[in-house]
Design a protein around this ligand. Structure first.
Ligand SMILES: [Fe+2]
Length: 504
């Protein structure tokens, strides 16, 4: 029997769908006149039937983990009328994958949890799910949203993107590039500079473990697909692109693998290369989920990413109590660079640079930020993706809060200056002590604006900050209170639209 748990509380708790977009009238301050029209849209887990599920049987127990909630899109629309007045609307809606529709049609949880639990229970869940529904697990499209060739997609890396009507948030179906890509699809596809082609990868638990693809700029054709012939599932989460190269990041994402594997975890491959043309580089033991940017500089390919000593995914045989291990991993420590297996500061993540020399094979590595704060969920102005950029943004983790809760709490934003001749690389934090979590995104074709959402216990505050070339503004220019709470989630983006009105 499948049991719906009730432990999901506070801002982890799911919310109901709005049903239709509503006008947002609670706005303090003013949206700037030169702010672009469009939609800020964010994805995240929002379990169907009200909570995570677990099951007990003769084979043992299996249960869902937080990331397995069904994807829900939260969209804030910015529309300017002919008189220059702003209209703001909010809507939310589940991403309706095939398995979502199946379970909703049955009006009860149907797929057995198949990620966490006793091994026999997980194996039996795989088999029973496959026998009953033709899939070993349900598909939850809950991680990111992206645009390609004027179309919009929701994605989680275990399956195909779901095309979304950006105005109504209706799910239009799988995007398999006209049948050419029928396997997992990364949550972080990258648009190549100049050509506009989209670089993707698909990591699977079965062979082929890692395939890389290039989609045409018009989104209609898969121009290239190659198996990298990796010998294991690598759990890669992000990928890099430059004008001529694809940058493959193969850091093992579980601590156990990190101990076992001493590989060459960064590979650079010509855009249309194959497994034999990848140039692999030896680097220090690291874990990096997310990339700021990659670009070419003479003989070198440079990657900037958020790098920690070890992975936040513990693996099955950690040998420590998990709560303590997580607490110590997020601990603020100035000795984050020791290479022992000491869990203190293991997840302390900083902006980091790898300079990969394509001629000599040499690597030069360095931290770009100090030990003042940990950061992840990086982003840049996407118009400079794949070419040298000057600024980057990331979320800042509140390390002091984590020491008591065992969970990382995002406290604000950091703006990074990658190129400050007199100072070297540096970062400027914008911290918000009252927030529980923040999501950030950048709007416009330059570094003109950063939008920041601050999550409180019972509502969502969306704040718009003006950002000049050097500093964050200290106060938001507009604070928008949304009509419904937005649970903790993952990635979001601002999509410029010429007619973003969402009322149906
Ligand atoms: Fe991600």
């Amino acid at each position: 029997m499948i049991v719906v748990s009730t432990f999901w509380q506070s801002n982890f708790a799911p919310v109901e769908e709005m049903g239709e977009a509503v006008l947002v009238s609670n706005v303090n301050g003013a949206i700037p006149d030169d702010f672009p029209e469009g939609v800020y849209i964010r994805n995240g887990p929002n379990p169907l039937f009200g909570g995570l599920k677990s099951t007990n049987s003769m084979f043992g127990r299996s249960s869902h983990i937080w990331v397995e909630g069904e994807g829900m899109l939260h969209a804030v629309y910015f529309n300017k009328d002919s008189g220059g007045s702003w209209t703001i609307c909010y809507n939310n809606r589940h991403v309706q994958t095939e398995t979502f529709k199946l379970e909703r049609g049955r009006q009860k949880p149907s797929f057995l949890p198949a990620i966490k639990g006793n091994s026999p229970a997980i194996l039996s869940a795989f088999i029973l799910n496959m026998l009953r529904f033709g899939k070993i697990n349900k598909y939850i499209s809950n991680t990111n949203v992206f645009e390609h060739s004027g179309k919009f997609y929701s994605i989680a890396e275990s399956d195909l993107p779901q095309e979304i009507d950006i105005v109504t948030l209706e799910t239009l179906g799988n995007w398999d590039i006209n049948g050419a890509w029928k396997r997992p699809f990364t949550s972080h596809p990258k648009k190549a500079p100049v050509t506009g082609e989209m670089l993707i990868m698909g990591v699977d638990a079965k062979k082929p473990f890692f395939e890389l693809g290039v989609i045409s700029a018009d989104g209609k054709r898969l121009l290239h697909k190659v198996d990298l012939n990796l010998s294991r599932c690598s759990l890669c989460h992000d990928i890099g692109v430059t004008q001529r190269y694809n940058v493959i990041i193969d850091f093992p994402l579980t601590l156990d693998l990190n101990r076992l594997i001493r590989g060459r975890p960064i590979g650079v491959m010509p855009r249309y290369g194959d497994a034999n043309s990848v140039c692999w580089f030896d680097v220090k033991r690291s874990s990096a989920f997310h990339v700021f940017n990659c670009f070419e500089d003479g003989d070198e390919v440079i990657m900037w990413a958020c790098r920690a000593r070890g992975s936040i995914i513990p693996g099955p045989d950690l040998g420590l109590e998990k709560h303590e291990w997580f607490s110590r991993g997020f601990k603020h420590t100035r000795s984050v660079e020791n290479n022992s297996d000491n869990p203190d500061g293991l997840f302390f993540s900083r902006a980091y640079e790898w300079r990969l020399n394509m001629t000599t094979g040499e690597v030069v590595e360095r931290n770009l930020t100090g030990t003042e704060f940990s950061m992840d969920f990086p982003m840049i102005n996407e118009n400079v993706m794949g070419v040298k950029n000057q600024y980057g943004y990331s979320q800042v983790v509140d390390s002091t809060a984590s020491s008591t809760s065992g969970m990382a709490k995002y406290r604000g934003l950091a703006k990074l200056y990658f190129e400050e001749p007199e100072l070297g690389s540096s970062a400027e934090p914008l911290l918000s002590p009252s927030s529980e979590v923040s999501m950030k995104m950048m709007v416009g074709s330059s570094d003109s604006y950063t939008m920041k959402t601050l999550m409180y216990l019972s509502c969502l505050i969306l704040q718009v900050y003006r950002v000049d070339t050097k500093k964050f503004s200290s106060e938001p220019v507009a604070t928008i209170t949304l009509p419904r709470r937005v649970p903790y989630g993952f990635h979001g983006a601002f999509m410029p639209l010429s007619s973003p009105r969402s009322t149906r």
